[in-house]
Design a protein around this ligand. Sequence first.
Ligand SMILES: CC(C)(COP(=O)(O)OP(=O)(O)OC[C@H]1O[C@@H](n2cnc3c(N)ncnc32)[C@H](O)[C@@H]1OP(=O)(O)O)[C@@H](O)C(=O)NCCC(=O)NCCS
Length: 197
Amino acid sequence: MRSKIPPEELPRVVLVTPRESDADFLARLNSPDVAGEFDTFDDPADDFLDAQSYAGDKRIVQTTDATRVGSVSWIQVPYGPNVRSLAWSIGVTIHPDFRGRRLGAAAQRHLAEMLFEGSDANRVQADTDVDNVAEQRSLERAGFTREGVARQAQWRQGRWHDRVVYSIVRSEALVAKKIDHDEGAGATTRVEKGTSS
Ligand SMILES: CC(C)(COP(=O)(O)OP(=O)(O)OC[C@H]1O[C@@H](n2cnc3c(N)ncnc32)[C@H](O)[C@@H]1OP(=O)(O)O)[C@@H](O)C(=O)NCCC(=O)NCCS
């Protein structure tokens, strides 16, 4: 297993709400040559989930000089019938021009901290293809722990794929530092009912 890196040693990234002018960049990130074999789906348009129905959203990942380098997204997933047991499931794409600089790790760590800050969830998880070594290393660098394999969990490109599941829990991602994200991010991720303190 790769060693975890203290979050302060990861590169600084900023998570920014997409604007209309980001549409082309987001479409590029979603194209097969950028998303790659592990994140390209050929299902009919009607078969894609509406992320907003799962409290989902996305942010552009920028470096501190406002260079757009990728995107992150999240949806809510339940671990029982109660609001308290809602967790977040996250995803990331980094543009090939910027890969290998731990920006993926930084973005995922930053998103986890943002979600903990903006909600009462105790768990942020990510799952990735068993063969997606880059994403597995990136998550480990970000401080996520490998939990196991969810067998035949994802339908992609005509067959079922095993997914490695990773998580970080609130106590591991103490929100001690100032979070760099634009206003409103917390509001969109907050678990609205029942558990607000
Ligand atoms: C997965 C992805 C987000 C990683 O972004 P990144 O910014 O390059 O990630 P990081 O630099 O934080 O970490 C990548 C790690 O994997 C390593 N790596 C990269 N490509 C690799 C490969 N083909 N085989 C083995 N290791 C690889 C890097 O060396 C680095 O490890 P290190 O920290 O030990 O040096 C990026 O490759 C991507 O956008 N892929 C396409 C979309 C995708 O698969 N998203 C995840 C869907 S679940």
